[in-house]
Ligand binder design. Structure first.
Ligand SMILES: NC(=O)c1ccc[n+]([C@@H]2O[C@H](COP(=O)([O-])OP(=O)(O)OC[C@H]3O[C@@H](n4cnc5c(N)ncnc54)[C@H](OP(=O)(O)O)[C@@H]3O)[C@@H](O)[C@H]2O)c1
Length: 243
């Protein structure tokens, strides 16, 4: 396994949740980390929380906006690993009530955004580097009703990575697919009902509890460090796909 000490890592979505966990874990191992997200306030707050762990910089960028994405990579210059965890709450209406503007916004922010990140990352990604995108349990256990769009988008990432891994070789491209993780996104989606959802699901899954971002971060670190992993999807869900 190669080390990430001294490597430069961009975490798009690093101001919160899973991305924040990846940023913290990478800093602890001596990497230099750039976190990106839309809100400058959220980035500043995250930078303050992460600063003790190492060298971290926040850059405001919306991955649904190509000019922002281009500016992000121009500002960072040469780097070693791209991690994309950014995402927003998915559409969850029954198909007959689908709000198409909301669906387009979700797909833009997640899938089109990933394509734009890859397009611009190749300009400055160092030899030996990698890209890691984030999928999720919704492709395996779609919420019913209302899970079709998020399932389709999350499911597409494995195929995106397989094709890109071939096209960009020897640059490696991989996916992390988490189960439920206790992050700020859940506060936005279900608010105070979060504890009830987590208690119920935590009791059902083999791991016996819902993940924290720190449980998921090692999967990203492993994919950065193992030079033989490419075109692959790592499921890290405490056995949630089994129940
Ligand atoms: N939490 C779970 O249970 C879970 C399970 C499986 C998969 N996932 C997936 O994992 C990803 C991360 O989830 P999370 O729970 O960590 O969410 P989170 O805590 O809400 O964090 C999302 C991060 O993405 C950023 N972001 C959102 N839209 C962006 C955009 N267009 N451009 C740049 N940055 C953007 C946010 O910052 P700004 O809002 O400031 O932009 C924030 O830093 C999501 O795609 C989610 O679907 C989550």
């Amino acid at each position: 396994m190669s080390s990430i000490t001294g490597k430069k890592i961009i975490v798009v979505g690093g101001s919160s949740g899973i991305g924040f966990g990846v940023a913290a874990a990478a800093l602890e191992r001596g990497a230099e980390v750039v976190i990106a997200g839309r809100s400058s306030d959220r980035l500043k707050a995250a930078e303050i929380r992460l600063a003790e762990a190492g060298r971290v910089t926040g850059i405001a960028a919306d991955m649904a906006n190509e000019a922002d994405v281009a500016r992000l990579f121009d500002a960072v210059g040469a780097f070693d690993h791209l991690v994309a965890t950014a995402g927003t709450p998915p559409p969850n209406d029954p198909i007959g009530e689908t709000d198409m503007d909301f669906v387009r916004g979700f797909v833009d922010g997640k899938l089109i955004g990933a394509v734009m990140l890859a397009k611009h990352a190749v300009r400055t990604l160092n030899k030996g580097g990698s890209m890691i995108f984030t999928s999720g349990i919704n492709k395996d256990r779609p919420p019913v009703p209302g899970g079709s769009v998020v399932s389709a988008v999350a499911g597409s990432f494995s195929y995106f990575a397989r094709a890109l891994a071939l096209e960009l070789a020897p640059t490696r491209v991989n996916i992390v697919s988490p189960g439920w993780v206790d992050t700020e996104m859940w506060d936005e989606i279900v608010g105070a009902a979060k504890t009830g959802y987590f208690n119920e699901m935590g009791a059902r899954i083999p791991a016996g509890r819902i993940a924290r971002p720190a449980d998921i971060a090692p999967a990203y670190l492993y994919l950065m460090q193992n030079a033989f992993m490419t075109g692959e999807t790592i499921h890290i869900d405490g056995g949630q796909r089994l129940v």
